[in-house]
Ligand binder design. Structure first.
Ligand code: G4P
Length: 510
């Protein structure tokens, strides 16, 4: 494997590709806005919050997006700061929480976990954290809203470590609390970062000196190696809204944030600095632009340098995909990409050729592992009103499931299809697209199942189980067997009664 020229290697090593994970309302949008502003992308900053309004006029490609005023699009925001190129991948969060949120986390090298200083760890944060941990993604923690009444910083650190089983090391310490929160003290550099007005008056913080001594004595120092391995999270205190602590976080990412990581493939591990270009498709977006009713495949460049006009092999089919118009995605505008490096995300327009999990490669046949399916949290039975359209529905569901809109489970007893999602918006998107693109009207019904688990085991054992449990069995989009359980209790019981079978809530694409 030959390595790239040194100027390309330095381009790669200055990439920082990350996402923000949080529970709704912890402050992700505000922090994103402030990071973009700190990073100098001022023209973008105001637009993050204005997204709602803007989308109404800009992209009415899907009525549902317009009606709800929310984004169904995972955008990528790129900006430069402290010599680094940051790619911030937006993870859909509120009503638009979906499997795309999970998949996006498979395309980043680091995650920033935003925690509300009053509320601590909340449910969604925990779930997203678990997905990051599965992939050993290093996590930085930003404890937000320190300008309000909050929990004690020691208690917050304790909560993070005990409830997530993750060591914590504060990198900064809050100066003042609530209304008196005026800045941070950098424990590594031993310097104050105060709001502009205060910095000029050169204040003294006697009480803080004692507290900092206590912090140093009681808490571990930040250790980069342990962070990289995913065992320890550096913690920053701040207030996104008051723009306190935001630069600390960004500078930390620049200084020790992970460079584009090596990616595991079926035949070997691919280093980011290898010469041959490889990329992994982690998300498909249909009909983003009403004037171009095509699909955009979002691909993370895993190694090498991408140049416009290149032809890449879709390893699954052997087809050559010409990159006439790869695009970088900004919060607002698309720009044509002339070149991109490992760590960057590009959008590749296509007509449905590319699928989630596809590997694109310049010369070597290999397949990346790692865009998994996660067991859906919501199951619905599809109700078709016009029986004449059954065949059409079957084909449409297969295509939309392959694209990743929903997961599809076809019951083995021949009863109507069941779809699975992690966010209810996915159900609305499916319904809207079936109507608009296939002319099929559907409704939903609650099925007698709550959980879906992929099963595997020895052939004979599996076949016996399938025969016995036929009314609880389904096939997924690839024809793999899935057990549907009516409750968590039934799931445990079935697993206990069948110790020779494995029931999994995650399925790798390959
Ligand atoms: P999200 O994307 O994670 O859902 O959170 P978002 O940034 O939208 O923030 C949720 C609410 O918390 C917003 O208030 C926002 O202004 C507020 N907020 C964010 N960061 C801070 C902070 O550091 N300190 C304080 N005190 N508040 C913060 P809202 O009233 O729901 O919305 P808005 O009326 O401000 O738009």
């Amino acid at each position: 494997m030959s390595a790239l020229m040194s100027d390309s290697i330095s381009e790669i090593s200055r990439r920082r590709t990350f996402a923000i994970i949080s529970h709704p309302d912890a402050g992700k949008t505000t922090l994103t806005e402030r990071l973009l502003r700190t990073g100098g992308a001022i023209q973008l900053a105001g637009n993050v919050r204005a997204k709602r309004e803007q989308r109404k006029t800009r992209s009415d490609w899907m009525a549902i997006e317009r009606d709800r005023g929310i984004s169904v699009v995972t955008s990528v925001m790129t900006f430069e700061h402290a010599g680094c190129v940051f790619n911030l991948l937006d993870t859909p969060g509120h009503e638009d929480f979906s499997e795309d949120t999970y998949r996006t986390l498979t395309a980043v090298d680091a995650a920033v976990m935003v925690i509300d200083a009053a509320k601590g760890i909340e449910a969604r944060t925990r779930k997203l954290f678990e997905i990051c941990r599965l992939r050993d993604i290093p996590i930085l923690t930003f404890i937000n809203k320190m300008d309000r009444e909050s929990q004690d910083p020691f208690a917050l650190l304790d909560e993070v470590s005990s409830s997530l089983a993750l060591d914590t090391a504060p990198v900064t310490w809050p100066v003042g609390r609530a209304a008196e929160f005026v800045g941070t003290y950098d424990l590594r550099k031993r310097e104050y970062h105060l709001t502009a007005e205060l910095a000029q008056s050169d204040p003294r913080f006697a009480q803080l000196d004692e507290e900092i001594e206590l912090v140093r004595a009681a808490l571990p120092e930040f250790d980069v190696a342990s962070f990289m391995e995913g065992h320890l999270t550096p913690v920053y205190f701040g207030s996104a809204i008051k723009e306190i602590g935001v630069a600390d976080l960004l500078n930390g990412l620049a200084e020790y944030g992970p460079r584009p990581r090596a990616q595991p493939a079926d035949t070997r591990v691919v280093e980011a600095t290898e010469e041959g270009l490889t990329a992994l498709v982690f998300k498909i977006q249909a009909n983003m632009d009403p004037n171009h009713r095509d699909r955009i495949a979002f691909a993370r460049v895993c190694s090498g340098r991408l140049a416009r006009g290149m032809r890449l092999k879709q390893v699954r089919t052997g087809k050559l995909i010409p990159l006439h118009a790869p695009q970088f995605f900004f919060a607002r505008d698309r720009a044509l990409a002339e070149e991109a490096f490992a760590g960057d995300v590009v959008g590749i327009p296509n007509h449905g050729t590319l699928r989630i999990g596809d590997t694109l490669s310049e010369n070597e046949d290999l397949n990346f592992v790692g865009v998994p399916y996660f067991a859906p949290e919501i199951l619905r039975r599809v109700r078709l009103d016009d029986a004449m359209k059954a065949k059409k529905l079957r084909q449409a569901l297969q295509e939309l499931a392959e694209e990743g809109v929903v997961q599809l489970f076809r019951p083995m007893d021949g009863s109507p299809a069941i779809v699975g999602v992690v966010g209810t918006l996915q159900l609305d998107v499916l319904q809207a697209r079936l109507g608009a693109e296939y002319g099929v009207k559907i409704g939903y019904e609650a099925p007698p199942f709550q959980l879906a688990r992929w099963i595997s085991g020895e052939k004979a054992v599996l076949e016996k189980f399938l025969a016995e449990q036929r009314s609880s069995m389904a096939e997924d989009v690839d024809g793999d067997p899935v057990y549907l359980a009516s409750s968590a209790f039934m799931m445990r019981r079935t697993a206990d009664l069948n110790p020779d079978l494995t029931f999994r809530d995650i399925k790798d694409f390959r």
